[in-house]
Design a protein around this ligand. Structure first.
Ligand SMILES: C[S@@+](CC[C@H](N)C(=O)[O-])C[C@H]1O[C@@H](n2cnc3c(N)ncnc32)[C@H](O)[C@@H]1O
Length: 269
């Protein structure tokens, strides 16, 4: 029988939120969102949108996207809550090309005007209240030059997989010879909050990690963009520009700060 350890690692700094040193140390990978083909497709779109302007990544993490975008010749700056995550950027090729401001993406302002602000890999959901998500849209818009774009990549909430009376959806069950990995999301449809829960067992020792999120439907995000003075320009099912349909499990949405403010609206105050 494995023992289960749910304590934070001793080296972790609470100011780093849900991505402290112990998470940062094993964050980077080779597949899924780290696969070169995925990163390249992402960077193709972002470089095109940035054009000859600067780009700002909210929640830049370890530079998975910011670094290859900077190596394409786009000037990229990042905002990031976790020093442990941001510290990884410096040690990677081109690390000196990406400046990082440590702070909260809902309130941290950086100098300059950007043609592109982006927030990828479901990270809008890391803000666990509607107010925080709205404030993030307002902060993004405040950094954009007129005509600039805010891009969000995130999941479509998988609530169609929840039959009445059920609140939990498994996303992985991976047995191994000496243990395995289980992952499941648990939803509260009243608050739109959910937790992503990970159990890992190896060598007779188990660990449990649970991280809180808040989901929002694409239409709710459109309203947040409107509150921030932006309007929807495109919504795709993925970075390849494929059509967003009712079967889509994620979306890449692009809102634009108009050259002239929308009637009765002021951008990013
Ligand atoms: C899933 S990672 C994504 C990192 C990177 N954007 C990527 O695509 O690999 C989520 C990141 O969001 C950061 N984060 C979470 N809440 C934040 C906030 N309120 N302000 C700034 N960064 C935040 C975390 O520290 C973490 O680095």
């Amino acid at each position: 029988m494995a023992s289960l350890d749910t304590r934070p690692e001793a080296a972790d700094d609470p100011d780093d939120g849900w991505f402290p040193e112990s998470v940062a140390a094993r964050y980077d990978g080779d597949d899924g969102p780290f696969a070169p083909s995925v990163v390249e497709a992402t960077v193709d779109v972002l470089a095109d949108l940035a054009g000859d302007g600067d780009a700002l990544e909210l929640a830049v993490g370890t530079g998975r996207v910011a670094l290859p975008l900077a190596r394409r010749g786009v000037r990229v700056h990042g905002i990031e809550l976790s020093r442990a995550m941001a510290a990884r950027i410096e040690s990677k090729p081109g690390g000196d090309l990406v400046g990082v401001t440590i702070g909260d993406m809902t309130s941290t302002r950086v100098a300059g005007e950007f043609s592109l602000v982006y927030l990828v890999f479901n990270t809008i959901d890391n803000l666990t209240t509607q107010d925080a998500q709205v404030t993030c849209f307002v902060n993004a818009a405040a950094h954009l030059r007129p005509g600039g774009c805010f891009v969000v990549e995130t999941v479509v909430p998988p609530l169609r997989r929840l039959p009445p009376g059920q609140d939990t959806v498994p996303f992985t069950v991976e047995p191994h010879d000496d243990g395995g990995r289980l992952g499941f999301d648990r939803f509260d449809v009243v608050t739109q909050r959910y937790t992503s829960n990970h159990v890992r067992v190896a060598g007779g020792r188990g660990s449990f990690w649970s991280i809180p999120f808040r989901y929002a439907w694409p239409a709710e995000l459109d309203l947040m963009a409107r509150i921030a003075g932006m309007r929807l320009r495109d919504r795709w099912a993925d970075w390849d520009g494929s059509r967003f349909t009712q079967e889509s499990t994620k979306h890449v949405s692009i809102w634009q700060r108009p050259h002239d403010p929308l009637p009765g609206m002021r951008v990013g105050e």
